[in-house]
Design a protein around this ligand. Structure first.
Ligand code: F6R
Length: 610
């Protein structure tokens, strides 16, 4: 949440900052701001709305042509969406400007202290308190003032700071919120919340750890902790390419990412299926093979879409590996005093690897003695670094705020983990081989579904004016129903509920009226007949049924209004196919309703606050 970019070097900072900021807009897009030091003077502009508004506001102004600057795109936490609350914030004494992602939890007490010292505030933000505190502690050395201020704050932060009195110096720091320093040639640095804003300039980065403070200037960079102890950071290569973060001819990143899914699954399984031995190879887990064999319980924790993937993972772990498994909202798990017995494995599932609640749940689990595994997409992210071991999704950067290819990657990885653990217990090589063959065929099957995009669009457009939808599924496809409803809600703002198809009779059936769309996941499987009965229950009350069914099932078309077909597949892997038409439906509904698909209202990609 919130995106930060800062630059120091010999070039004009503005285009680097604004281009970078546009690439981070998916992290928040309430308002944007920039501060540049030009001719020894700080120039600041802030605007409600998108980065494009800000760009227009400073167009042609030479005051923003300096080579040291920082900028920010905001997802509001403290204080409404106004120009005054937008970042950067400045102090009232030394010409210090700061951008911040996170929450300063003790800001109220610090604000009272600073007011007593004579500082006056112009915003309602916690961030302005932090920059005033740095100003209060400033004695001619920005790095020291930042370290001193950070010793006083509690909460989470990724910050970049500049000061009129030190024209070539950029200082940044992190605790809890992501930040990385891109190292260009000739002492040029681009600092950003994620690599998307850096990769056009350099692939060499330092990922900051908690409590790291980095000072950059023409003489190089140095890293310390907040007590000024020097540290030796590891320089690493960014694992993204420019074309992965560009639209490449698609109208939206969400559509691009839906169409990338065959490639995502191929990347995800590549080198992980040993067809000769009938086993799954997961290098990331190999040093914990013994612990995984002994595991008596698995807890999978996540939020949102990642939790829906986790729920499918639970079904697979119990069904295939026979290990008692539970899923937990990370936000609940972290506070509810969970019981973690010996030999419990906790798996944190997260696209970004930065979700605050999932990270905190992971800490909780580790403290209670669990083996902590990560199923993460972003390489080097906080969750990836703090788990004992893990398996990356390898689906590439996901830019669309509504998660699609990461969901497919999460389900794929969880199925690989289930097969891996199953083989260590009861599953024979032949059984595993059968599943792996099904897995290998998945990308081609997703391609077949994508070929029907035009038909799915036409079906969606028939119902797009309806304000209430139901999504119903059973077994492995109950979580798929939840995911279908979430996708529709978040980008088309249509109210949708997902639930187990059998649960409908226990209350929600009262909602069904003439023409209400009910999307049933009715692919062939153990509960097919039961789902068909549930379909009749909806039909007899006037609901309109849209079914996701298995290719060749011509019978179902006689009982429902519309059918979207998916190829046949074994049940555990079926959600990887059945979710695709639902993603496309949500996309086409949002487009038909005229919404900004990649930047839905009130949302941000990476939820780094509680
Ligand atoms: C919905 C969506 C969110 C995320 C959730 C967790 O489309 O993207 O529900 O799944 O915020 O995010 P990660 O996976 O980054 O932990």
């Amino acid at each position: 949440m919130c995106g930060i970019v800062a630059y120091v070097g010999s070039k004009v900072a503005r285009p680097i900052l604004l281009e970078g900021l546009k690439r981070l807009e998916y992290r928040g897009y309430d308002s944007a701001g920039i501060a540049v030091l030009t001719g020894g003077k700080l120039h600041v502009a802030r605007r409600v709305g998108r980065v494009a508004n800000l760009q227009e506001a400073i167009e042609g102004q030479a005051a923003f042509d300096g080579s040291l600057g920082l900028c920010h795109t905001r997802w509001a936490t403290h204080g409404g969406v106004t120009d005054f609350n937008a970042h950067p914030h400045t102090d009232d004494r030394h010409g210090i400007a700061l951008v911040h992602n996170g929450i300063i939890e003790n800001y109220a007490a610090l604000k009272t202290y600073l007011q007593e010292k004579g500082h006056s505030f112009s915003s309602q933000t916690d961030t302005e308190v932090l920059v005033m505190l740095i100003g209060e502690l400033y004695e001619g050395d920005l790095e020291k003032a930042v370290q001193a201020a950070l010793r006083e704050v509690t909460g989470a932060y990724a910050i970049c700071v500049i000061c009129e009195k030190e024209p070539g110096v950029l200082v940044c720091a992190r605790k809890g919120s992501p930040l990385m320093v891109g190292i260009g040639s000739d002492n040029e640095y681009v600092v950003a919340s994620d690599g998307a804003a850096i990769i056009a300039h350099t692939g060499r980065v330092v990922m900051l750890d908690d409590y790291n403070v980095v000072k950059m200037d023409a003489g190089g960079f140095r890293t310390t902790d907040i007590h000024n102890t020097p540290l030796s950071p590891r320089v690493q290569q960014l694992e993204i390419e420019l074309e992965q973060i560009e639209l490449g001819g698609f109208t939206h990143f969400m559509l691009k990412e839906i169409f990338e899914q065959p490639k995502s699954v191929r990347a995800c399984i590549s080198g992980r299926l040993d067809m000769r031995e009938g086993r799954v190879v997961l290098g990331g887990l190999s040093s914990f093979a013994k612990e995984l064999t002994k595991a008596r319980r698995v807890v999978i924790t996540a939020q949102g879409t990642a939790l829906h993937a986790a729920m499918i993972g639970r079904y697979m772990l119990e069904d295939l590996a026979k290990i008692p498994t539970q899923t937990e909202y990370a936000s609940e798990f972290r506070y509810r005093n969970p019981v973690i017995e010996e030999n419990t494995v906790v798996i944190a599932v997260s696209q970004s690897g930065e979700t605050a609640d999932t990270l905190a749940a992971l800490h909780e689990a580790k403290e209670r003695g669990a083996l902590a595994l990560g199923v993460v997409n972003v390489v080097g992210s906080s969750i990836a670094r703090e788990t004992d071991a893990g398996v990356y999704l390898r689906v590439g950067p996901e830019i669309g705020v509504a998660s699609t290819k990461a969901f497919i990657g999460q389900v794929t990885v969880l199925s690989l983990i289930s097969m891996y653990m199953a083989r260590k217990r009861f599953m024979s090589a032949d059984q595993c081989l059968d599943l792996m063959k099904e897995m290998e065929a998945i990308p081609g099957k997703i391609e077949r579904i994508l070929e029907q995009a035009g038909r799915i669009k036409r079906i969606t457009e028939k119902y797009v004016e309806r304000e209430n939808w139901l999504f119903l599924g059973r077994g492995y496809n109950y979580p798929t129903a939840l995911e279908g409803a979430l996708k529709l809600k978040e980008i088309s703002y249509i109210h949708a509920e997902g639930m187990p198809a059998a649960e409908m009779k226990h209350g929600p059936i009262a909602l069904i009226n003439e023409g209400m769309p009910a999307v049933f996941i009715a692919n062939r499987g153990r509960q097919y007949e039961k789902v068909m009965s549930n379909i009749q229950e909806v039909r007899s009350r006037g609901g309109h049924v849209i079914a996701v069914a298995t290719e060749g099932d011509t019978e179902i078309a006689k009982h429902v209004q519309d059918v979207m077909y998916v190829p046949d597949v074994c049940e555990p892997l079926s959600p990887i196919l059945t979710v695709v038409p639902l993603q496309l439906m949500a996309y086409y509904a949002a487009v038909a309703r005229g919404h900004d698909v990649d930047k839905p209202r009130n949302l941000a990609k990476s939820v780094t606050v509680e």
